[in-house]
Design a binder for this molecule. Structure first.
Ligand SMILES: Cc1cc2nc3c(=O)[nH]c(=O)nc-3n(C[C@H](O)[C@H](O)[C@H](O)COP(=O)(O)OP(=O)(O)OC[C@H]3O[C@@H](n4cnc5c(N)ncnc54)[C@H](O)[C@@H]3O)c2cc1C
Length: 342
């Protein structure tokens, strides 16, 4: 499940992916409530305050992937090769010669590494990363609860990490609990952790667990090669921004490729790709730093820090211009939007 921002929704609409999602695949959330369980701090957002029909949608990842594959299969200019990894590649002056795991060789003007945080493409290119692991795992599960979620996405910062309740179309909620690796105890404590806000609960989906970290590629591009998504940047999921940042990468790279084509330039040229890198690094780095700061701030339990944090959260709730800035960032409405996000 992912929280998809309105700006990412536009990208998926423009690519003909959003339209084939079923109503049961996504749930619009109209408000968001964030509170600090260790103090009285809380902040809330309502889509009506920003003249938007929603703050975003909670969408099944598999639904987006299936719908994207449908589009790929129906596009006459794309020849997908499925279920095969990249074994190696060699840079030749006019192209990249890519050998696949099944022995096939293909020539590419540009190789785009979109293969996640442990990117093989990044490794083969010898691009180094910096980052660290958080002492947290995210436990993901689906729960049914007695009281309606009222299309509100809820997040509470607990002693051991943030717990998010994300509303689903059928009345259930998807939870993401970033906690110590004590998964078994985690779900048993769900109701108590939410202080009964949603009534009695029943776990209805399988639990999955993910190690959490921050990782940033030192370079996003090389001649004839670009990294997008988690291959370039991995962040803590506490604000549900990871996939949304990846979608902006897609939109910006797409603009740059289009402009290069219109100017009859080679899209694999390092100078052209560097424009993508400069823009995305300057936008991704502040978000990464912000998420890391929040993660660290809410991991400290010394008394003065708790109080300052709670006061800060409540003060931000009253500072309308600051709140608007947060909301616009989360909805993906900040900055000069590339074509696919318009
Ligand atoms: C618990 C949790 C909750 C999250 N919630 C949110 C959220 O609400 N909103 C949000 O925006 N983000 C969220 N994220 C972050 C989001 O999941 C990631 O940012 C996003 O999945 C990254 O997408 P990606 O396509 O770059 O990489 P991935 O999703 O990792 O996809 C990489 C793809 O490449 C394929 N691949 C890998 N290696 C190879 C290879 N050698 N050859 C061929 N193919 C390969 C993989 O099979 C996979 O299909 C969350 C993350 C976690 C852990």
């Amino acid at each position: 499940m992912s929280a998809i921002s309105p700006s990412s929704q536009r990208l998926l609409e423009n690519l003909g992916i959003w339209g084939s999602l079923n109503a049961t695949d996504c749930c619009a959330y109209e408000a968001m409530s964030v509170r600090d369980a260790l103090g009285n701090g809380r902040i809330g957002f309502d889509c009506a305050d920003y003249a938007q029909p929603s703050l975003g949608h909670i969408v099944f990842n598999q639904a987006i992937v299936s719908s994207a594959w449908q589009r790929v299969h129906s596009a006459s200019l794309i020849s997908p090769i499925e279920g095969v990894g990249v074994h190696a590649f060699k840079r030749v002056a006019s192209h990249m010669s890519v050998s696949l795991d099944d022995g096939r060789e293909i020539d590419a003007t540009l190789v785009i590494g979109a293969d996640g945080v442990n990117s093989r493409v990044r490794e083969l290119a010898g691009i180094r990363t910096c980052g660290w692991q958080y002492p947290q795992h995210a436990v993901v599960a689906t729960v049914r609860h007695a009281d309606p979620h009222q299309r509100v996405a809820r997040q509470v910062f607990l002693d051991d990490g943030p717990l998010a309740f994300l509303p689903l179309g059928d009345g259930r909620s998807s939870i993401v609990w970033s906690t110590t690796p004590r998964h078994a105890e985690a779900l048993a404590a769900l109701e108590a952790a939410m202080e009964g806000e949603l009534g009695a609960m029943q776990q209805v989906g399988a639990r999955a667990s993910f190690a959490l970290g921050l990782r940033h590629a030192l370079d996003y591009v090389q001649p004839r090669l670009a990294l997008i998504g988690d291959a370039a940047h991995q962040i803590h999921p506490l604000a549900g921004q990871g996939v949304n940042l990846g979608f902006v990468d897609v939109a910006v790279l797409s603009d740059i490729i289009k402009q290069a084509r219109q100017a009859s330039r080679d899209v694999g040229e390092h100078g052209i790709l560097r424009r993508y890198e400069r823009r995305r690094k300057s936008e991704n780095l502040p978000v990464m730093a912000g998420m890391d700061l929040i993660q660290r701030l809410f991991s400290r339990h010394a008394e003065p820090v708790n109080q300052i944090r709670s006061l800060g959260l409540s003060a931000a709730d009253r500072l309308t211009p600051l709140k608007r800035l947060f909301a616009q960032q989360a909805m993906g409405f900040s900055g000069d939007a590339p074509d696919l996000l318009r």
